[in-house]
Design a protein. Structure first.
Length: 279
C-alpha cells in the first residue's frame, strides 16, 4: 500500500517511522525550513530528517497546492497528515485511492482546531485521545474512522500529554491503516451539536485570569512549557511566566492570589531572567 505523509514537528516522528517501516511511503511533505534559535540558523523540520534517513522523496512547499502535479504522478493509496500545518485543497485530497486522513489529537467532535491538547487541559478534561478522521474541506469535520482514549492525569501538562498522545498514535496507526486497506471499519459522522473548538493560542490567552485555583492551574499546565502562562508583577509591571504551580504551601517568593485561595509557583521565569525551579 502506497502512502504519502504530511507532517512537520517531532509530534509526528514516532507515528511516521512506524508507517515507514510497515508500508511503502512514496513521499513526505513538510513545511519549509525555518530559522530557529538565537542565531537564527535555517533548520529542516524533524520529519524531513526522518525521510532522509529512509531515502524517501520530500517536498517542502510554501503552499501544498504548488505540488499538485508532482503528487498526481505518484498514484498512492492513502494520504495521511499529522500536525502538518496547512489546509489541504480538495484536488489533493481526491488523489488518494483509499482516502485522505488526519490524525487529530482529541476525541472529535471535541476540540476541532489547532490547539486540542492545550484546550483539553485548560478546560479540565480528564480524558482525551486521538482520532483518525477523513479529511474534508471543512476543518476537522470529516467522518471518524478510529479513536483511542487516554487519561489526563492531575500532573499532566502540555509537554507530557503531547508525548503520550504521540505514542498512542504510533501504537495504533499500523493496525488502523491495515483495517482501512481491508475495508474493515465503520464511519461515524460527527454530531454537530457536540462540536467544540480549540483555536490557536493567542497572545491574550497567555495572561492568567486568576479566577478559581482549579482554572488557573489548568491554564498554567495547558501552556507549559510553550508559550507559558504569565502574571504581571504589580511592583515592576513586568511579566512573570508560570510553568508549574501548587495548591500546597511551599517556600517560594511567587504566590498567586486566586478568587478562592492562593497557589504557589514551583517553576517560573521573570523577564530577562533564567527559569527558577523550586524543588
Amino acid at each position: 500500500m502506497k502512502i504519502v505523509l504530511a507532517g512537520t514537528p517531532s509530534f509526528s516522528l514516532e507515528t511516521f517511522e512506524k508507517i515507514i517501516k510497515s508500508f511503502d511511503v512514496v513521499a513526505l511533505i513538510a513545511q519549509p525550513d525555518r530559522k530557529i534559535g538565537r542565531k537564527q540558523i535555517l533548520t529542516p523540520p524533524p520529519t524531513i530528517e526522518l525521510a532522509q534517513k529512509y531515502n524517501i522523496k520530500t517536498y517542502q512547499p510554501e503552499k501544498i497546492s504548488e505540488i499538485y502535479q508532482e503528487l498526481a504522478t505518484l498514484e498512492f493509496d492513502i494520504f495521511l497528515t499529522m500536525a502538518y500545518g496547512q489546509i489541504i485543497p480538495q484536488n489533493i485530497l481526491s488523489l488518494a485511492k483509499l482516502g485522505s486522513f488526519n490524525i487529530h489529537a482529541s476525541l472529535l467532535p471535541k476540540y476541532r482546531g489547532a490547539a486540542p491538547i492545550q484546550y483539553a487541559i485548560w478546560k479540565g478534561e480528564t480524558i482525551t485521545g486521538i482520532t483518525l478522521m477523513e479529511m474534508v474541506s471543512k476543518m476537522d469535520a470529516g467522518d471518524i474512522f478510529f479513536q483511542k482514549e487516554i487519561a489526563i492525569l492531575a500532573n499532566d501538562n502540555y509537554d507530557s500529554l503531547l508525548i503520550k498522545l504521540s505514542t498512542l498514535a504510533s501504537e495504533n496507526i499500523v493496525e488502523w491503516l491495515n483495517l482501512i486497506k481491508e475495508n474493515k471499519y465503520t464511519r461515524v459522522v460527527q454530531q454537530e451539536n457536540l462540536v467544540s473548538f480549540a483555536p490557536k493560542i493567542a497572545k491574550e490567552d497567555e495572561l492568567l485570569n486568576l479566577d478559581s485555583i482549579e482554572n488557573t492551574i489548568n491554564k498554567i499546565n495547558a501552556l507549559s512549557s510553550q508559550p507559558g502562562a504569565y502574571i504581571i508583577d504589580q511592583k515592576t509591571n513586568k511579566r512573570i511566566k508560570i510553568f508549574k504551580a501548587s495548591k500546597n504551601s511551599i517556600n517560594t517568593p511567587i504566590t498567586i492570589q486566586c478568587t478562592d485561595g492562593i497557589i504557589y509557583a514551583q517553576e517560573y521565569q521573570m523577564e530577562s531572567k533564567k527559569k527558577v525551579t523550586i524543588l
